[in-house]
Design a protein around this ligand. Structure first.
Ligand SMILES: *Cc1c(COP(=O)(O)O)cnc(C)c1O
Length: 428
């Protein structure tokens, strides 16, 4: 198998053989599939195996892989040169396009990744409020910036301890880890740190601990607590932005955050992130304000061409969201039925085009309950699905991404393979 060979070669010169840890099949114990090309909802590895893909580049490919209009826009932009390090017209178009369609975004700054977007938004929140502390939630991922690499696990009411070597305790000291879907844990931090919380940052739908939607009233409660305490509310919409709806989770749930971070879909597969929001807050950003943030390749013309083309298709065809959310809901409800009929007590969470089967009898509403999942059971399921041509993230704690290109045939085939697996696995 060429994937096996490549993985051996890769491991010699790239740490763990991958450029991002989520790509390694570490939890699975086999070589990751090396991908050669992709089209629509299908992805092909170097051995020419075809899979129905539920990673979709971790979200960016909401219209399916290798979309002809986006490809064309990229090729045309590339013909004019790859980067100038100077201001360009398409950056203005991108900013105008987003600000005119998303009511809570008055101003936006392009960066190169979701990590950078979060790092910058936190700096702006601190610069704007003159405060240091940030409340984040256990199980929410906000990229690999030092202060966010803390999840605290069971120590819900304690200050953060870094999850990664190389993060000084000082970097995590100002990060307070609350419990997802638990307003009481947030309120307690506000009480214990009067006038010192700059912002609450949250994935409005937890999509990095499997898939955990917000409970009724949770996001509203965060908005209220931030208002009462003079803190900013930051929605990390790197996954949910332009996915649940064009205006992301904010529009979907009708909550107005002060700052929003984007990534993934906004670049259509090119390395793009962005942060934006309230005018008075964004006016703190250099060169107009005192908060420094920069980027040699930020707003890159080829990346902007890809991202803007995708956003235009999404904004001009609201039916895309209607269809995508509807067919996804049907798919996940059918998958639930498969589990039920097989007599398995597992839980499936889903919202919009995101979902996750948790291999646990517990209802999953936060990091603690997510961690009750049986990762061995996931591993066996994952391997079976992969062998039968279904390509999913190699971890229990990642969501399935459905795109507009997943047609009935692909979704039905996936359900059939699930059924085959689950109806046999409980007899073992
Ligand atoms: C992926 C992700 C990030 C980090 O984005 P990168 O582009 O990988 O740096 C941040 N926040 C959330 C919610 C994400 O899912």
């Amino acid at each position: 198998m060429r994937s096996e060979e490549l993985f051996k070669r890769a491991a010699e010169h790239i740490p763990g053989g991958v450029n991002s840890p989520v790509r390694a099949y570490g939890a699975i114990g086999i070589a990751p599939r090396f991908i050669k090309r992709a089209d629509g909802c299908h992805i092909y590895d170097v051995d020419e195996n075809e899979y129905i893909d539920y990673i979709c580049s971790w979200g960016p490919m909401i219209l399916g892989h290798n979309h002809p209009e986006i490809r064309k826009a990229v090729i045309e932009a590339a013909e004019n040169g790859l980067s100038f390090g100077c201001a360009t017209e398409i950056e203005v178009e991108m900013a105008e396009f987003i600000c005119s369609r998303i009511p809570h975004i008055d101003m936006i700054r392009m960066v190169n990744s979701g990590t950078e977007a979060v790092m910058s938004a936190l700096r702006v929140a601190r610069g704007f409020t003159g405060r240091n502390k940030i409340i984040k939630f256990a199980g929410c991922y906000h990229g690999h910036t030092d202060s966010m690499l803390v999840s605290a696990g069971s120590g819900v009411m304690t200050s953060g301890v870094p999850d990664s070597a190389g993060v000084p305790a000082g970097c995590a000291e100002d990060t307070l880890i609350a419990r997802y879907n638990d307003l009481g844990s947030v309120e307690a931090f506000f009480k214990a740190n009067p006038e010192n919380v700059a912002a609450v940052i949250v994935e409005p739908v937890g999509a990095n601990m499997g898939l955990v939607p917000p409970c009724e009233g949770f996001l509203e409660g965060l908005r209220r607590l931030c208002d009462e305490n003079g803190a900013l509310l930051i929605f990390d919409e790197v996954i949910t932005g332009f996915r649940l709806s064009f205006g992301g989770a904010a529009e979907y749930f009708g909550i107005k955050p002060d700052l929003v971070t984007y990534g993934k879909i906004i670049g259509a597969g090119m390395p793009v992130g962005a942060y934006g929001g309230r005018l008075d807050v964004m006016k703190k950003v250099a060169p107009v304000g005192p908060v420094y943030q920069a980027g040699t390749l930020s707003g890159n013309p080829v990346a902007m061409a890809a991202g803007l083309t995708q956003l235009k298709i999404l904004a001009d065809n609201p039916k895309i969201y209607e269809d995508l959310n509807e067919k996804s809901s049907t798919f996940f409800e059918e998958a639930k039925k498969v589990l039920r009929e097989a007599g398995l007590p597992y839980h499936l969470n889903h919202i919009g085009s995101l979902g996750c089967i948790f291999f646990t009898p517990e209802e999953v509403k936060d990091y603690e309950s997510a961690k009750t999942a049986d990762t061995e059971a996931f591993r066996s399921y994952f391997k079976y699905m992969l062998q039968r041509g279904i390509h999913m993230a190699p971890s229990q704690f990642e969501a399935m991404f459905i795109s507009a290109a997943h047609d009935d045939a692909a979704l039905e085939e996936t359900l059939a393979v699930m059924k085959e697996y689950f109806s046999s696995c409980c007899s073992r």
